[in-house]
Ligand binder design. Structure first.
Ligand code: AGP
Length: 614
């Protein structure tokens, strides 16, 4: 999704802004642009990569140098095609105000009509352009007001979501930013300030940050900053220390972030459990929810809301909570939940899951649940994110920054958190202390087992060679491995653009079996559990229709060798932890198929890392 960087200080703005844009590339974008203030505003913007923008800047050259104030943007098209003219920053008619914007201005059509009737000429198809003309109009109406007031007045006419930065040669030395819906972080340096849509461009300059809240603006000069509400009430903001290092957002020798993040999983899993799982006493210490644990245990029903991969983790959470704690669970797509007027009572508990903590649909589901009186618990990766701040209680996944658009380590971290939550809910109710200790022991053995699977990477790569040209894939699993089948299919389609479907294995005969022929590879997750023999029958059904079979199986399973074209073995484990193991080969398989096809795995087409629009 779109990315924002702003800088004000004593250093050259352009290189800082460009570097910041590079750090935001992972979010997904299709065009990029920069505006700096050096007497006049200089703008360079175009369709394509930040690398191309840098080349264009070199050609334009001198005008940018010496500027110590600027804003820059990566755009992910929503209104208007990806093109030079639709790229941000956008300027007013005379070119003395520049705006960059994340989010969607919902009433842009009516504002555009109104501004056009006052003679404003639009040069792009974006919703953002109305903002810059609106600010211009407010300023023309009251020429004595400051940039801050012109922005404030303009925002009173705006409906929708925004994270925006504004600079103007009419008031050089001021950077005005505002937030509603789309996140903005302020980085506090020594005599310099940074603004960004997430902390990635800031951490190499300073660890001190201020997260703007919804409906807040910041007015920043070299001398300092002030945060106010859009209604002009001054706000005291806490300064937060960033909890990650620069090297965590770099590739550390791996070819892609996705591969690095897949390989980080054993260490991440240890981090998720650290301080929470106490093996010596067989107990759990979940600080983020301890004050609400009794409320959570008494829930009549738990509703889990999330999107994409986080939704798949939620499905595993449903199986875990129902098995361990015997509390009924429903799992909803956050986007559906928010619009279907769900029945929620104060006796319900809603768990929202989000890696980024900024997904617009999940945030809206959270607010809907809160409005209806439910206790809302969050499971987020990004510390200080909006969802983390708005929930009543919650747990961080501590997976570290996830840069690859395809979620990998965040997924396994979410599942571990859900596993711990399910056990905590069962404590003193449905499971005895010994049983809980046993399940914790199983969990603690997972990181080493994942490391063992990762050592089979080369074998998985050679399987990928055989399927790089496939056009369709079917993923089948049962029980805990049904959500893994969904997740495996999602991973493959988002980074390799191969059509893939996940199904509960037994559903195959109700439709998908019609697709099976020699061109349809089928991935079976066939670990040893109570449905194993049934899955073997499903494999036979595929083979008798000439489908090619890749099986993910428990080590030592010789029977499956004779049935499948390829087998990837995983260490044996108890059912509830198997998703944490079976998903690993599927992540690697997708990664290798995608790289063999020449796809950009870290920044797949059309996708954004954090989906902050509906
Ligand atoms: C995962 O690989 C996807 N890129 C996507 O489905 C993602 O999980 C979804 O957009 C939800 O994001 P969140 O966890 O940040 O809320």
């Amino acid at each position: 999704m779109c990315g924002i960087v702003g800088y004000i200080g004593k250093r050259e703005a352009a290189p800082i802004l460009l570097n910041g844009l590079r750090r935001l590339e992972y979010r997904g974008y299709d065009s990029a642009g920069i505006a700096v203030l050096n007497g006049d505003l200089s703008v360079v913007k175009q369709k394509g990569s930040v690398e191309n923008l840098e080349l264009a800047l070199q050609e334009k050259g001198d005008r940018l140098y010496g500027a110590t104030l600027g804003i820059a943007h990566t755009r992910w098209a929503t209104h208007g095609d990806p093109s030079d003219r639709n790229a941000h920053p956008h300027l007013n008619g005379v070119g003395d105000i520049a705006v960059i914007h994340n989010g969607i201005i919902e009433n842009h059509m009516s504002l555009r009509l109104e501004l056009s009737s006052h003679g404003y000429v639009f040069r792009s198809a974006t919703d953002t352009e109305v903002l810059v003309h609106l600010i211009d109009r407010m300023w023309k109406e009251e020429p004595s007001i400051s940039l801050e007031y012109a922005v404030r007045r303009a925002l009173q006419h705006v409906e929708g979501a925004y994270g925006l930065c504004v600079i103007s040669s009419r008031e050089p030395g001021t950077l005005v930013v505002a937030r509603k819906g789309s996140p903005l972080v302020l980085g506090l340096g020594e005599g310099e300030y940074f603004v960004a849509s997430d902390a990635a461009p800031i951490v190499e300059h300073t660890r001190k940050v201020v997260y703007l809240g919804d409906g807040e603006m910041a007015v920043i000069t070299e001398a300092g900053y002030m945060v106010k509400t859009v209604e002009n009430i001054e706000t005291e903001k806490a300064v937060t220390e960033l909890d990650f290092d620069l090297e965590e957002i770099e590739k550390s020798g791996y070819e892609h972030f996705m591969l690095k993040e897949i390989f980080e999983q054993p260490a991440v899993m240890e981090d998720v459990m650290r301080g929470r799982v106490r093996l010596e006493s067989g107990s759990l210490h979940l600080g983020g929810i301890k004050d609400n644990l009794e409320h959570l245990r008494k829930a009549k029903r738990i509703i889990i809301c999330a999107c994409g991969t986080s939704w798949h983790a939620g499905l595993i959470g449903e199986y875990l909570i129902e098995e361990f704690a015997r509390i009924p669970v429903e799992v909803d797509y956050a986007s559906e939940f928010r619009y279907r007027n769900p029945v929620i009572t104060p006796e319900d508990v809603v768990i929202v899951i989000s890696q980024s903590g900024e997904t617009a649909d999940t945030l809206a589901a959270l607010r809907e649940a809160k409005d209806k009186g439910a206790l809302v618990m969050g499971i987020c990766n990004v510390v200080g994110s909006t969802i983390a701040r708005e929930t009543h209680c919650g747990m961080y996944t501590h997976a570290g920054p996830e840069i690859g658009v395809a979620s990998t380590k965040a997924f396994t971290a979410q599942v571990i958190v859900l596993y711990m939550v399910a056990l905590a809910l069962s404590q003193g109710r449905t499971l005895g202390d010994d049983e809980i200790a046993g399940y914790l022991q199983e969990l603690s053995e997972v990181p080493a087992k994942v490391a063992q699977i990762l050592r089979g990477n080369e074998a998985i790569q050679s399987i990928a060679e055989s399927y790089r040209d496939a056009r369709n894939f079917l993923y089948l699993g049962r029980g805990y491995n049904f959500p893994v089948a969904l997740e495996g299919a999602l991973k493959l389609k988002e980074i390799s653009y191969i059509h893939a479907e996940g199904y509960p294995a037994a559903e195959m005969k109700h439709g998908p079996i019609a697709l099976i022929d020699e061109d349809m590879p089928v991935i079976f997750i066939a670990t040893h559990d109570n449905t194993y023999t049934k899955i073997l029958s499903n494999i036979e059904e595929v083979r008798s229709r000439k489908g090619r079979v890749i099986a993910i199986a428990s080590e030592g399973d010789e029977e499956i060798r004779s049935l499948a074209d390829h087998v990837i073995f995983i260490p044996s484990a108890a059912g509830p932890v198997t998703p944490l193991l079976t998903v690993i080969p599927l992540q690697l398989l997708s990664y290798h198929i995608a790289t063999l096809r020449g796809c950009n795995v870290d920044r797949p087409r059309n996708l954004a890392k954090s989906v902050t629009v509906e």
